[in-house]
Design a protein around this ligand. Structure first.
Ligand SMILES: C[S@@+](CC[C@H](N)C(=O)[O-])C[C@H]1O[C@@H](n2cnc3c(N)ncnc32)[C@H](O)[C@@H]1O
Length: 282
């Protein structure tokens, strides 16, 4: 007699995982690439087993089907998004940011300068914006800056709001920045680094799905960083995303994308200056 196939004997089978993949695609808009399935399965298995579900199928039937926007969906989002980020990733973007904000404040010293890190992951990007500006501006200039930061993943936002990072996260940060912008953990927090309040307090975090049609955010941003996020979007969704982002820029405002992101088409409201820099028509 043939041994039972894995899908007959293993309750956590690929077959019943298919319903979860379909849920991710249709309800959340995330298309899981085949090479990421194994990782999601492993992460999901350990997280829902502790809640006493005996299979992916049971989790799908009892949680996702009954409450498609509840905790199960959020768990899937948290486990299936790629959150790779780092402090001062693509450093030229932060030089651009500092120069642009300094120039804007010179022209209009009393106006607020609004910046947005859309898809901020665990916070390194908005905190790098904040640090770059703390280096470039006098205190009264910094007081005119607002940095908004948003992500789809609640887990990432929790890490971001805590502003606590491990040694490996700060490896690329210069010693001068480490001394100025980070507090060394003591006692049970030894080995960790926390961003100083001066830098933390500039950033407001929001939970936001960029696929939603309404974003409760200002519409006069000077600069929006939306780097390495559109990789999650299908081609036609990317155009919709760029269009909406451009509507949240003030005339002449800038959109900064990741250097490796390929954007086959760009809305008419945006002018391309380099592969990662776009400006809204003035
Ligand atoms: C690879 S990280 C990039 C982080 C940072 N922008 C950078 O470049 O270092 C992508 C982030 O986009 C977020 N994301 C993916 N889809 C999203 C969506 N529909 N709405 C908002 N954020 C999304 C993910 O949760 C993840 O934290």
């Amino acid at each position: 007699m043939l041994p039972p196939s894995p899908s007959d004997s293993e309750p956590w089978s690929e077959k019943d995982f298919a319903a979860i993949v379909a849920f991710l695609r249709h309800q959340i808009g995330i298309t899981l690439e085949p090479h990421r399935m194994g990782l999601l399965q492993a992460r999901l298995r350990s997280r829902v087993q502790v809640k006493d579900f005996s299979s992916f199928c049971q989790f799908h039937e009892q949680v996702l089907r009954n409450d498609p926007s509840g905790w199960g969906a959020q768990l899937l989002i948290d486990l299936s998004t790629v959150n790779h980020t780092s402090f001062f990733r693509e450093p030229a973007h932060f030089t651009f940011l500092s120069e642009h904000v300094s120039a804007s404040l010179k022209d209009a010293p009393t106006s607020t300068v609004r910046l947005w890190s859309a898809g901020c992951s665990s916070g390194q990007e908005p905190y790098s914006m904040s640090m770059a500006l703390a280096e470039a501006l006098p205190p009264h200039g910094l007081a005119k800056v607002e940095i908004w930061a948003s992500d789809l993943s609640l887990e990432m936002l929790k890490v971001a709001a805590s502003a606590i990072y491990a040694t490996r996260d700060v490896q690329g940060v210069s010693p001068a920045r480490l001394r100025r912008f980070f507090l060394l953990g003591r006692g049970p927090r030894e080995g960790s680094f926390r961003i100083v309040p001066e830098i933390r307090d500039l950033v407001k975090f929001r939970h936001l799905d960029l696929r939603n049609t309404i974003w409760a955010l200002p519409t006069d941003f000077h600069i929006i960083f939306c780097r390495n996020v559109s990789i999650y979007f299908a081609e036609e969704e990317r155009l919709v995303l760029l269009n909406r982002l451009s509507q949240h820029l003030r005339p002449g405002g800038w959109l900064v994308m990741g250097k490796g992101e390929i954007l086959p088409s760009v809305p008419a409201s945006l002018r391309k200056h380099s592969p990662s820099l776009y400006q809204r028509e003035a």
